[in-house]
Design a protein around this ligand. Structure first.
Ligand SMILES: [Cu+2]
Length: 356
């Protein structure tokens, strides 16, 4: 046997052995995966679309710069909107409370890789609406969108009707290799793709790695999370161009009226941020007091474009009440800002004690 052929047989042996080892691992991992998939959960959400009256500044005050008041944006604060509202079950009788800071957003839909998410949708509003997921895997009857002559069930749910959307969270839908343990996806109504979101029909979806799910459904490396949408709602009637009707909001609130952004010193806080809207919706979120890391980069200011989302992690080390705003000049003027609070340790020498 020549050296060359011996080498070949060694290579062949190595390849055969490698193949056998690989097959063994593949079989074992499929068993493990099957066991894991048995644990994978079907998560049910009961979400209605409802017409509401929305107040962009319910305190009637500018809480960031009180002396400046609400300016032209306070001339009319309340408008008709339509929102996604979560209920406890299929009877759609009892609303599920949602964190204060979410504001106009629909409920947070959570999925872990391997899960199936079933959204039971009831249209309690006055026009046809849908739920279109941005991210996750879905079939035609769960796309919530009609185009090119295709009008699958669920693409426009008439008032008073129901539809169930089934979403699969495959590994390809979860965080990628350079993502944090969880990522932000969205859902929105897609009957009138522009108008429906302007009415308020948009919500967050948080997708987490399977091995990262910790207590309270949060990722293991996160103590607290917030979702904030930056969007200019144009409340002008047709042919009207009134600056005071351009509501420069964070989660539907202006001039500090977005509240509930409260955390404890030492918390590992995950911020999920996104923008919606049009070409005015170029936003540059910025926090005073505490910095963030976005995909491994230290950032003072982040960048958002319409329908674009990002995730930033903050170690809330610096206690106090701080400004959180969009750094685009005219957006600051128009009220796209609010406050967040880091509650200090009760006893600085014992960092485990938190303010109740
Ligand atoms: Cu902005």
């Amino acid at each position: 046997m020549s050296i060359l052929s011996r080498r070949r047989s060694v290579v062949f042996f190595t390849r055969t052995t490698a193949l056998a080892v690989w097959l063994t691992i593949a079989v074992l991992s499929s068993v493990v995966h099957a066991a894991g998939s048995n644990q994978a959960t079907v998560r049910h959400y009961y979400i209605a679309a409802e017409d509401v009256k929305w107040d962009y500044a319910p305190t009637e005050q500018n809480l960031v710069m009180p002396a400046k008041n609400l300016g032209v944006w306070g001339e009319q604060r309340i408008y008709k909107k339509t929102r996604y509202i979560e209920y406890t079950d299929a009877t759609f009788t009892q609303k599920k409370p949602q964190p204060e800071h979410l504001g106009i957003l629909g409920p947070v839909i959570r999925g872990t890789v391997g899960d199936t998410i079933k959204i039971h949708f009831r249209n309690k509003a006055s026009q046809p609406y849908s739920i279109h997921p941005i991210g996750t895997t879905y079939g035609k009857t769960s796309e919530g969108a009609a185009y090119a002559g295709q009008k699958p069930p669920g693409s426009a749910v008439p008032p008073g009707q129901n539809h169930v959307y089934t979403l699969k969270v495959r590994p390809e839908d979860g965080p990628g290799p350079n993502d944090p343990s969880s990522i932000l996806r969205l859902y929105r109504s897609h009957v009138d793709p522009v108008g429906d979101v302007s009415r308020g029909l948009v919500g967050p979806m948080i997708i987490m790695r399977a091995d990262q799910r910790g207590q309270d459904a949060l990722p293991k490396d996160v103590d607290r999370e917030f979702v904030v949408m930056f969007m200019v709602f144009d409340e002008n009637e047709e042919d009207e161009e009134d600056e005071g009707d351009l509501m420069h909001t964070m989660n539907g609130y202006i001039f500090g009226n977005l509240s509930g952004l409260t955390m404890d010193q030492g918390d590992r806080v995950r911020w999920y941020l996104f923008a919606m809207g049009s070409e005015v919706d170029l936003h540059t979120p910025h926090w005073h007091g505490n910095g963030v890391i976005e995909y491994g980069h230290r950032r003072e200011v982040l960048m958002l474009l319409p329908a674009f989302s990002t995730v930033a992690d903050m170690k809330a080390d610096n206690p106090g009440t701080w400004l959180f705003k969009c750094n685009v000049g005219d957006h600051i003027e128009a009220g796209m800002k609010t406050l967040y609070t880091v509650r200090p340790y009760v006893n600085a020498s014992d960092q485990t004690i938190r303010v109740p």
